[in-house]
Ligand binder design. Structure first.
Ligand code: SAH
Length: 249
């Protein structure tokens, strides 16, 4: 197995609440033609389905190995980098990459931990709550008057860029920073829940009126991509604050 294949093996495609099974098949085909294989489905409306298999054609094996999850956070629990694709601008600005930049980031990260590229549903795309789990947005610079691509067409563009980035680096994926391996998103969520609990206990955060505080904090920590040791230090600080304030852990 070549290094190129290894890198692409570490990039998974996550489809959230897909309505049309044909699109799931189309994405499987888009992935396999570009050398990706890890397909993850979050609450698909209809799956498995004959239409998915028909559209997948020779990529039906990806449908057989696809994993189904109840929530997006379950689907990306092992991923150190989570990129969300979006057709439109969002009111609160997430860092936004074009597909080429995203492929570069993904490649550099995949050496260390799995990378997820997340796609929304045909009708509504991704919710802000789902975007909170992501490190950055990826926007295909389409016609501003009509920017919404079909789901499997969007997946084809992203998977193509991942392949080109991997091939043009000749399998070299940049500096391997062994001393900084971002924690998986499961560990990150545990830290973030702890942070919100402490901020609520300290009455800094009103859980009935969190406004944008929660989202801004999440974005800030997502940008940093803390590793396991750093998360443990932060959690130690939170526990110390709880002890001093005389509140329960
Ligand atoms: N009506 C939805 C669009 C759904 S298209 C909306 O307004 O968000 C289905 C999915 O395809 C999107 O959630 C996104 O994952 C992907 N997609 C479509 N067009 C895209 C674009 N121009 N850039 C990035 N992703 C796109």
């Amino acid at each position: 197995m070549t290094l190129e294949t290894n890198i692409l093996d570490r990039c998974c495609v996550v489809l959230v609440e897909t309505s049309h099974p044909g699109n799931i098949g189309g994405v499987a085909r888009a992935m396999k033609t570009m050398g990706l294989s890890d397909l993850r489905l979050v609450s698909p409306k209809k799956f498995p389905h004959a239409e998915a298999s028909a559209r997948a054609a020779g990529a039906a094996d990806l449908l057989h190995t696809a994993k189904v999850f109840a929530t997006l956070s379950d689907a990306v629990v092992d991923c150190g980098l989570v990129l969300a694709t979006s057709a439109r601008d969002r009111t609160i600005s997430w860092p936004t990459l074009d597909p080429r930049e995203a492929a570069g980031r993904a490649m550099a990260q995949a050496v260390q931990s799995p990378v997820a590229i997340v796609f929304g549903s045909e009708r509504v795309g991704l919710t802000n709550k789902q975007l909170d789990l992501c490190h950055a947005l990826v926007q295909i610079p389409a016609n501003p008057d009509y920017s919404s691509l079909n789901l499997s067409a969007a997946a084809q563009v992203i998977c193509y860029e991942l392949r080109v980035a991997t091939l043009s680096a000749g399998g070299k994926t940049g500096v391997e920073q062994k001393d900084h391996i971002p924690a998986g998103s499961g560990e990150f969520d545990l830290f973030f829940d702890h942070l919100l609990k402490v901020l609520t206990q300290l009455e800094f955060l009103d859980p009935d009126n969190p406004r944008q505080l929660e989202r801004r904090l999440r974005r800030m920590f997502n940008r940093m991509q803390p590793d396991t040791i750093e998360l443990n230090i932060l959690r130690g600080i939170l526990t110390a604050a709880q002890q001093k304030a005389g509140v329960r852990e």
